[in-house]
Design a protein around this ligand. Structure first.
Ligand SMILES: *Cc1c(COP(=O)(O)O)cnc(C)c1O
Length: 421
């Protein structure tokens, strides 16, 4: 029996309506920017496997480090114990994060990092004896699929069965330079009417919304108002973190720094799952007490798994290497040139680039998960490229190690798509 047939027997895939979904594609290996299927056909991984494998798949440097760690210490309870990889990772992260970040809380994935961020914001006020019950978020934000994260996500197309169980969230639109004043107005009204504990946002680029980009100055104005009202600001950098927008973190481009930061995806370069939520001393201090119940009672079995921490340490070494920094610049410039070449195409609107991210919208009507979307996916697959369009948005976030030749292959696949429309 083929892998596809065996897969069908017992596997339930994420984000999938199995009755209408086309067959899934078995992948047997991956190296650098390339994925290989069972027949040895290769595909350029144009989205770094959901923004994780930015240093390329199966990177020998990371593998070597993790292999050594595997023979030393595999797993230990992180309540009551500590270990070298976790301590080193905390130090390394604090060194590269915005200056105000001081403490690192470990968890397993992006959703748990935002879940922890939301809990930090709610309990911060609770511990201070001033209960606040509302979270502020952007209309089209995405923060994950656990309940707190899902509640904060504005992109809840298929969350109908759960909405009545959500935590309380109020929303503002993502600002542009033109709309910022009216957004600030809305924000002031929401603050007056609600007890807002925290504001969760994806800085500069909203990934799941279709790589929607918005200006740092406008975000900064929102953050300043939040600070003035002691609303804990939570930067969800699960997608933007570790160099995607150019700087190591998108928050670097914003004058006002967040109280809390959520990191996952490229944190562990696609090799191990892990997430961290970092925060300022001010947040940590609100939990520091002789009173046991003021602590943060949140844990996962694999919290700060030594292999995951080792992966993250090796990944940060690569991020900071001259080779990766130079390669990122090369991709950034190639994107800008390609974006310019698309500017006058009548089927293309809203071309945007930031760092290694390039996105544009097709000037045609379509559903987020419709038939045309499957056709786009198939087109790219047939061209030897893995892209995953979101509705009518086509976006690239290639690994930093993607060669110029591989990049051109992606661009050509897009060109041939546009020519066929
Ligand atoms: C992917 C993502 C999440 C959720 O992360 P998971 O690891 O899939 O749970 C949260 N926030 C943002 C911005 C993301 O891109």
């Amino acid at each position: 029996m083929s892998l596809q047939a065996r897969d069908k027997a017992h596997i339930w895939h994420p984000l999938t309506q199995h009755k209408t979904h086309p067959d899934v594609l078995p992948i047997s290996s991956a190296k650098g920017a390339l994925l290989y299927d069972e027949n040895g056909v290769s595909y350029v991984d144009g989205i770094s496997s959901w923004y994780t494998c930015v240093y390329g798949h199966c990177h020998p440097y990371i593998i070597e480090k993790v292999y050594a760690q595997m023979q030393q210490l595999d797993q230990i309870v992180f309540s009551g114990f500590t270990h070298q990889p976790a301590v080193e990772l905390s130090e390394k992260l604090i060194k590269i994060l915005p200056d105000n970040q001081q403490k690192v809380f470990f968890s397993d994935n992006g959703s748990t990092t935002t879940e922890v961020g939301i809990k930090m914001a709610l309990q911060y006020h609770y511990n201070k004896g001033n209960k606040r019950n509302t979270i502020l978020a952007f209309q089209e934000g995405f923060h994950g699929d656990t309940f707190g994260a899902m509640s904060a996500s504005g992109l809840s197309v298929y969350n109908g069965p759960f909405t009545e169980h959500f935590i309380k969230v109020v929303r503002i639109p993502v600002p542009s330079e033109e709309t910022i004043d009216s957004v600030l107005n809305e924000l002031q009204q929401l603050i007056a009417k609600n007890k807002i504990a925290g504001f969760i946002y994806e800085p500069l680029v909203q990934g799941a919304a279709g790589m929607k980009m918005y200006p740092a100055q406008a975000l900064n104005k929102i953050l300043k108002i939040c600070n003035a009202h002691e609303i804990i600001t939570i930067a969800d950098e699960v997608m933007t973190g570790f160099g995607k927008t150019g700087a190591n973190f998108a928050s670097e481009a914003v004058a006002t720094k967040p109280d809390v930061m959520c990191l996952s995806k490229a944190l562990t370069a696609g090799l191990m799952p892990m997430g961290v939520t970092t925060c300022t001393q001010k947040i940590y201090d609100a939990f520091y007490s002789n009173d046991m119940s003021k602590g943060l009672f949140h844990a996962h079995t694999y919290t700060a798994n030594p292999l995951a921490c080792t992966t993250a340490l090796a990944a940060i070494d690569l991020l900071l290497s001259q080779e990766v920094q130079a390669s990122k610049k090369r991709i950034e410039q190639a994107h800008i040139a390609f974006a310019n070449s698309l500017k006058n195409h009548d089927k293309v609107t809203n071309i945007r680039t930031k760092g290694v991210i390039l996105a544009f919208d097709l000037n045609i009507q379509m559903k987020r998960y419709g038939k045309l979307r499957d056709q786009l996916f198939d087109h790219f697959k047939n061209e030897g490229v893995y892209l995953r369009p979101l509705g009518n948005t086509i976006y690239l976030l290639p690994p930093y190690v993607t060669t110029t030749e591989q990049l051109n292959k992606i661009y050509q696949a897009i060109q041939s798509l546009l020519n066929s429309l």
